[in-house]
Write a protein that binds this ligand. Structure first.
Ligand code: ADP
Ligand code: MG
Length: 703
């Protein structure tokens, strides 16, 4: 059975001993012949094209040239010792450079012999250089390429592995060996025949071969498409299968009534009318709540779009049906602010709302805990302290998680144990996530979107200042403060250099105190005692201080509608999502607000782009899309701990949006047609999925 070739360990290959095998496994995830085949070339090189020395430019990733070595020369001493071959292509000289294996080089390569040289050109002392080039004698090279199309695979090898002598050539030979051993035996198929036909997909076997040896660019594109689809399809299949399984296993509490509390609030306590988007979302949530299925819904809404009110009103629905509700916030400040907000919204309504954070201690804590058990406490507001095992509810029916990116899947799952029938869950996030990413990262959640801000808000005006224009910043601040407004000044916080950041903040604080001797300025940072921090925050919230200077502790959620300026210092050190979050702290009142991005002069092109986007748009979704393009989806907040079941190898969530959607639709259909995984034509597919899951997160245990 030649297929078992795929299971051979790489140590069976020429040039792979135990040390290299370990290296390949640790750095590239390769342990078997099969793994090797899945290591696709990062590009293909048109080996039919030769460059002349006068055509070279330093930004070429690699070139292929033809010519002869005229002479060898040893240069440098110590670690810089190198051998240089002066290589002529008949038009000019290029230096070929080796830093190790000097003797080998001189012995192996012959003078005045036709070679094909391959490598990356760089400029050194006004001359083009190729360091550690690949050299093949022309006669040998002709033999290698005679049958192929000229497109040769180029395998990227991590530097660590390269250092131990593994290069693209070697990879190429190994891959060739594996294919030779397989003869024409097809590689196993993982997708059902009917999908291949319907979606016009290449077979897996042809796709994998083509990835290495395409006949044309178009051929390669078809192979890539097939493999990307497969990758995304299995992710969706996994996510949807578990969420369906969960729905089957757990019924949901049925909240059929919209009752007295909701109506009383809606008709007599709501200080303004809801936006259309808020109404729609409340309806979507309520539809879920009475469906008999347990709700898992993600609510996305830009900063300031009014999510808190949606949380409160949907919690009232739970209360009207005889259940308790709770909301978890990521920080104590936020939890306290939610408590205040709820209490003031509810006014004299007969609803008992209590706070539970790590600062609620002793007798008070006991009271809250017992109130939860008797059911007298109807709404609990807290930090993650509320999911501790010893917090017991009488009848918890609904949980809201504010600012999702601070909570992982595992924490979400803990909530499920709080009642025999797990509560409905609404996850609220102000960090907009591009749709395709949401479908993958939060694929098990249904999504609601608030895409409308409360009326009367003026768009925030965003301005970029270089740091030497401090006086202008002061002038702008002074002007706003003279109008009775308040301002935030934010400094970046980077964990590795927390000390330095603190210095920056403190230095800034002194400068601002000097510039504004007549004003009161608050300062908060993560190193302060919670009580001191709260005290300073409080003074700002109550308008006793005009300026709040802070590290990013204020990032999430504080609400001071009177603040109209957000100045972000060293803005180049913030990511787009963070900048947008921070900016959302202002623009909450009816007057014009400003966001000032202060940066140094030296900006990378990515940073320039970030600043430019911030100045151009206030739309969180647009910003999120751009963020994903700039950084790649893997780095976006929330993706790490969210538990994408397996790594993406070739698909890209930023670029393959349509494929994500297709994969999801197809996965849904497959599950509809084969809910129990019993159809024989799907056997290989389920087996492949099981294999993918074997080494990744145990999803069944967390959701
Ligand atoms: P976020 O979505 O960022 O959590 P909040 O819920 O804090 O936003 O709302 C921001 C501000 O907008 C709050 O002061 C809130 O009272 C106010 N707000 C919410 N909904 C409306 C509305 N429909 N009309 C006017 N103001 C609203
Ligand atoms: Mg909020």
């Amino acid at each position: 059975m030649p297929i078992s070739v795929l299971q051979y360990p790489v140590t069976y290959l020429a040039n792979v001993g135990l040390a290299r095998a370990k290296l390949l496994k640790e750095n590239m995830g390769i342990s078997t012949y099969g793994d090797l085949l899945m290591q696709f070339p990062s590009k293909h090189i048109d080996r039919s094209r030769f460059y002349y020395s006068h055509e070279l430019t330093p930004d070429m990733p690699y070139v292929q040239m033809r010519g002869q070595i005229l002479s060898f020369e040893e240069e440098g001493i110590g670690r810089k010792r190198r051998i240089v071959a002066h290589f002529s292509d008949g038009h000019g000289i290029v230096d070929l450079v080796w830093f190790n294996g000097l003797q080998y080089v001189e012995k192996t390569y012959k003078l005045y012999t036709e070679y094909v040289v391959f490598g990356k050109p760089t400029i050194f002392r006004d001359r083009f250089n190729i360091t550690h080039p690949e050299l093949t004698e022309l006669s040998v090279w002709n033999g290698m390429n005679s049958s192929s199309t000229g497109l040769r695979p180029y395998y990227s090898v991590p530097e660590k592995v390269q250092k131990r002598g593994v290069n693209t050539r070697m990879m190429e030979q190994w891959v060739q060996t594996v294919f030779r051993l397989l003869h024409d035996e097809p590689l196993p198929e993982t997708l059902p025949e009917h999908l291949l036909r319907e979606l016009h997909l290449m077979s897996r076997s042809e796709a994998i071969r083509t990835m290495h040896y395409p006949q044309s660019a178009e051929h390669l594109a078809r192979a890539t498409y097939r493999l990307k689809f497969e990758e995304l399809f299995f992710i969706q299949l996994n996510i949807l299968r578990y969420s369906r399984e969960r729905n089957r296993r757990y019924a949901g509490h049925v909240f059929s009534r919209i009752g007295d509390l909701f109506n009383e609030f809606y008709y007599h306590h709501l200080p303004f009318s809801l936006t259309g988007a808020q109404k729609r979302v409340i309806r979507e949530v309520h539809d879920d709540m009475r469906s008999g299925r347990q709700m898992n819904r993600l609510l996305q809404g830009d900063v300031g779009s009014g999510k808190t009110l949606v949380a409160l009103m949907t919690m009232l629905i739970a209360l009207d049906n005889g259940y308790q509700a709770c909301i978890m916030a990521p920080t104590e400040i936020l939890a306290e602010q939610h408590l205040d907000t709820f209490r003031s919204f509810l006014g004299d309504m007969p609803v008992r709302v209590e706070l539970l954070t790590s600062t609620v201690k002793g007798k008070r804590r006991k009271e809250v805990m017992s109130g939860l058990q008797t059911g007298e406490v109807q709404i609990l507001v807290g930090t993650h302290a509320v999911i501790e095992d010893n917090v017991l509810f009488r009848n918890l029916g609904f949980v809201v998680i504010d600012e999702q990116h601070r909570f992982g899947v595992a924490q979400r799952a803990k909530l499920w144990a709080k009642n025999q029938t797990p509560p409905h869950v609404l996850v609220m996030t102000a960090t907009p996530i591009p749709r395709t990413l949401a479908m993958t990262v939060y694929g098990d959640l249904d999504v609601s979107v608030i895409d409308e801000l409360p009326p009367g808000r003026k768009p925030i005006s965003t301005i970029h200042h270089y740091e030497n224009r401090r006086q202008e910043l002061y002038k702008g601040l002074r002007q706003q403060i003279s109008l009775g407004r308040q301002a935030y000044i934010v400094y970046p916080l980077i964990k590795e250099s927390e000390k330095m950041d603190l210095q920056n903040l403190e230095e800034g604080y002194r400068e601002f105190c000097k510039a504004f001797p007549d004003l009161s300025i608050s300062m908060v940072h993560g190193k302060m005692k919670p009580a001191d921090k709260d005290y300073e925050m409080d003074r700002f919230v109550r308008g006793e201080t005009q300026i709040l200077m802070a590290t990013t502790v204020i990032e999430v959620g504080v609400n001071v509608p009177n603040a109209s300026v957000m100045a972000i210092m060293n803005a180049e050190r913030f990511g787009l999502a963070q900048l947008h979050q921070l900016r959302g702290r202002v623009g909450r009142g009816a007057d014009q607000s400003y966001c000032i991005l202060v940066t140094s002069f030296k900006l990378s092109s990515d940073t320039q782009r970030r600043i430019q986007i911030m100045c151009e748009t206030n739309d969180g979704f647009e910003i999120a899309e751009e963020d994903m393009r700039l950084r790649g989806p893997g780095d976006l907040e929330g993706t790490q701990q969210s538990g994408i079941p397996f790594d993406l190898h070739i698909a890209n969530l930023a670029r393959d949006g349509q494929l994500v959607q297709l994969a999801r639709d197809v996965a849904k259909r497959v599950l509809d047609s084969d809910p129990d995984g019993q159809l024989p034509e799907h056997a290989a597919m389920w087996q492949a999925l099981a294999e993918l899951n074997r080494n990744s997160v145990d999803w069944s245990s967390i959701s």
